[in-house]
Design a protein around this ligand. Structure first.
Ligand code: HEC
Length: 316
C-alpha cells in the first residue's frame, strides 16, 4: 500500500468502518433526491453499424451522415422498433418466440468526490430461457465514451457493432467481438474483417484515447452478482483488476442494479471529471441470452454537476 492510500484510508477510517458494518458503499447514495430518466432498450436484431450507414438499407442513413444523431430521430420509437425487430419481420433471421421487444428502465446517475454511481431499475418481463448463457440469467452493460470515439458520441453502441461480428449477418461463422472502425485497414458493407491498420496507426489512435470502456453486471435472481469491466478498441477485452463494483437485487421481477466506479480508477480507465461531456449507452441481456440477442439503448449524454446533457449526475 502506498503512503497516500494509507493516509486516505486512515482519514476516512471511521466512515469506512461504519459502512462496512452495515451496508455496501453504494447505499451511501440518497437516490430519493436524484431524478430518474426513462431509457427504453430495444431488441436490435442484426441492425449493424454498416446496415444503419447504408441508404438502401436504412432510411435514416443519409441524414445521419449529414449530422443528425440516432436518438434525435428515434427518441420515442424504441418500443415499436423492438417489437418489429424481435418478430423476425426485419433484420432478424432467428427470432426467439415469445421474447418481448423492449425493456423500459429508469436510470439515475449520481457522484460524490470519489465515485460515479449509475443505478438502473427495470422489469425484464416474461423472458423465454434461451440457454445461450448457462451461468447468468441477466447481464446489464454500460458503455462509456469520453469523446475519444467521435462516432460513439453520435451513434452510441453502434460504433462498435459490426456486420461481421459473431452471430451478425456477415460473420460467416467467425467469432469476432466488437471493434471500432478506425482500427481496421478497410471497411465495407460487410464490416472491417480482420486486417488491422499498421502498428504505428493503432498506437496513435490509442494515444488519442480512441477506445470505449464498458461495465457489466452479471446477474442471477437468487445469487450474487459478478462485476466485469473492459474496453473495446480492435476487439473487446476485459480489464483486470476490476474497477467497477455492482450491487443488485431482484424483488418481484424488478431488477435494481447499481454500478460504482471510482472517478479516477487508474491508467486503464477513463478519468471521469466535471465539465467534460460523456456519451453512455446501455444493454440488457435477458433470458440467458448472449452476444447480439440483447436489448440496447440509443446514445445518451452525461455530464457531472451541471450542463446540457440527458443525464446531469447529481453531487451527493
Ligand atoms: C433522419 C432520421 C434518422 C436517423 C438520424 C437515424 N434513423 Fe434509423 N430509421 C429512420 C427511419 C425513417 C427508419 C425506418 C422506419 C420505418 O420504416 O418506419 C429507421 C429505421 C431504423 C431501424 C430499423 C427498425 C425500424 O423501425 O425500421 C433501426 C435499427 C435504426 N433505424 C437504427 C438507427 C441507428 C442506430 C441510428 C444512428 C446510427 C439511426 N437509426 C439514425 C430514421 C433515422
Amino acid at each position: 500500500m502506498t503512503k497516500t492510500s494509507l493516509k486516505s484510508l486512515l482519514i476516512g477510517g471511521s466512515f469506512c468502518v461504519a459502512l462496512l458494518g452495515a451496508s455496501p458503499s453504494w447505499a451511501a447514495v440518497d437516490w430519493s433526491g436524484v431524478p430518474a430518466k426513462d431509457v427504453t432498450l430495444f431488441y436490435p436484431g442484426q441492425s449493424s453499424f454498416e446496415w444503419v450507414m447504408t441508404p438502401t438499407d436504412h432510411e435514416g442513413a443519409e441524414k445521419f451522415r449529414g449530422g443528425k444523431n440516432c436518438h434525435q430521430c428515434h427518441a420515442g420509437d424504441e418500443k415499436t422498433m423492438g417489437d418489429l425487430l424481435v418478430s423476425g419481420k426485419k433484420n432478424e433471421p432467428n427470432p426467439i418466440a415469445g421474447k418481448p421487444g423492449s425493456v423500459a428502465a429508469k436510470v439515475k446517475i449520481a457522484h460524490d468526490d470519489e465515485n460515479l454511481y449509475v443505478h438502473l431499475e427495470f422489469a425484464e418481463g416474461s423472458q423465454p430461457d434461451t440457454g445461450m448463457d448457462k451461468d447468468f440469467a441477466t447481464k446489464v452493460t454500460m458503455m462509456l465514451n469520453d469523446g475519444g470515439v467521435p462516432e460513439a458520441n453520435r451513434a452510441g453502441c453502434w460504433a462498435m457493432c459490426h456486420d461481421d461480428a459473431s452471430s451478425m449477418s456477415s460473420a460467416a461463422g467467425a467469432t469476432r467481438t466488437k471493434y471500432l472502425n478506425k482500427t481496421r485497414a478497410h471497411l465495407t458493407r460487410q464490416g472491417g474483417g480482420d486486417e488491422l491498420k499498421s502498428a504505428d496507426d493503432l498506437a496513435k489512435l490509442t494515444a488519442d484515447g480512441y477506445a470505449l470502456e464498458y461495465w457489466q453486471a452479471r446477474l442471477n435472481p437468487s445469487g450474487s452478482s459478478v462485476a466485469v469491466n473492459g474496453s473495446v478498441f480492435s476487439k473487446r477485452e476485459e480489464t483486470k483488476p476490476t474497477a467497477v463494483t455492482v450491487a443488485s437485487k431482484n424483488s418481484g421481477g424488478v431488477w435494481s442494479v447499481t454500478f460504482t466506479r471510482k472517478l479516477n480508477a487508474g491508467a486503464n480507465f477513463k478519468p471521469i471529471v466535471a465539465g467534460k461531456p460523456y456519451t453512455i449507452g446501455f444493454a440488457i441481456h435477458a433470458g440467458h441470452t448472449a452476444k447480439r440477442f440483447h436489448y440496447v439503448s440509443f446514445e445518451h449524454s452525461l455530464v457531472l454537476d451541471q450542463g446540457d446533457a440527458d443525464f446531469v449526475a447529481v453531487k451527493q
